[in-house]
Design a protein around this ligand. Structure first.
Ligand code: FE2
Length: 251
């Protein structure tokens, strides 16, 4: 049986309800995304939230997110982004626990914490790399997907590539040597991206709030609407994926 999962990233819920960021209301956009995903992907088994769940890591914002997630039909797992506080996420998100690894169907999912306290850039770090290596080597025939917040390949915008994954080389080497990893997925760059790390698809997913214009020397917005990604995991190890943009209703 094919297993469908969803990725939501860079929700950036502001501290106060109705708060505006980049000219939009991220909470209203998240609601639109969740409604769209329920309509178009009712059979999804799981949703992965890949960081920057809130814009400033205060308890109230996580509490509001938890309330929104109470209504969704899929279990949610989360990992932190550079705007998050992992401790507050752990305490405040009863409906989106921080998970390091799990299974759906025949597949293994690995969620990494690539945050570095006080920095926009990311790092997986030796400890997590060793743990991931060990897990992957226990099941070399089992198809796997790896999620993290930071991009592990440059996306062609110098201002974003300055805050990419710092140990992308070591991470990439680990992925390249383990072909059971079918895809590596991230957020952080607020834009769709598709590349390769070895035989794995390397995929960037748009934000549920606002997109950044691709291939620019400086920060620029591009309002394509709120976005999210779906993945279809086949029992034979094939993976299909796509991005969906939700037309904005003016918020
Ligand atoms: Fe973000």
């Amino acid at each position: 049986m094919v297993t469908e999962i969803l990725q939501f990233t860079d929700l950036h819920l502001p501290p106060a309800p109705g708060g505006i960021l980049w000219g939009v209301d991220p909470q209203a956009r998240l609601r639109q995304v969740l409604a769209d995903a329920r309509r178009h992907h009712p059979q999804a088994r799981l949703a992965i939230l890949t960081g920057d769940l809130v814009h400033e890591p205060d308890e109230a914002a996580y509490a509001r997110l938890d309330t929104l997630l109470e209504e969704v039909p899929w279990p949610c797992w989360s990992l932190p982004g550079n705007h998050d506080d992992a401790t507050r996420m752990r305490e405040g998100l009863s409906h989106a626990p921080l998970v390091e690894r799990g299974a759906v169907g025949r597949w293994r999912l690995y969620l990494l914490d690539s945050t570095v306290p006080g920095e926009g850039a990311g790092r997986v770090g030796e400890r997590q790399l060793a743990q991931l290596r060990s897990w992957l080597d226990q099941e070399p025939e089992t198809p796997a997907v790896v999620f993290l917040h930071h991009h592990a390949l440059p996306v062609g915008s110098p201002w974003l590539d300055a805050i990419m994954l710092r140990d992308a080389e070591a991470f990439g080497a680990l992925m390249r040597d383990r072909p059971q990893v079918r895809a590596v997925l991230w957020g952080h760059t607020h834009q769709a991206f598709a590349g390769r790390i070895g035989s794995a698809m390397a995929l960037g997913t748009p934000s549920t709030a606002m997109q950044f214009r691709s291939r620019t020397s400086a920060f620029a917005l591009q309002d394509e609407g709120a976005g999210y990604r779906w993945l279809r995991l086949h029992p034979d190890g094939r993976l299909e994926t796509g991005v969906r943009y939700v037309p904005s209703s003016g918020t």
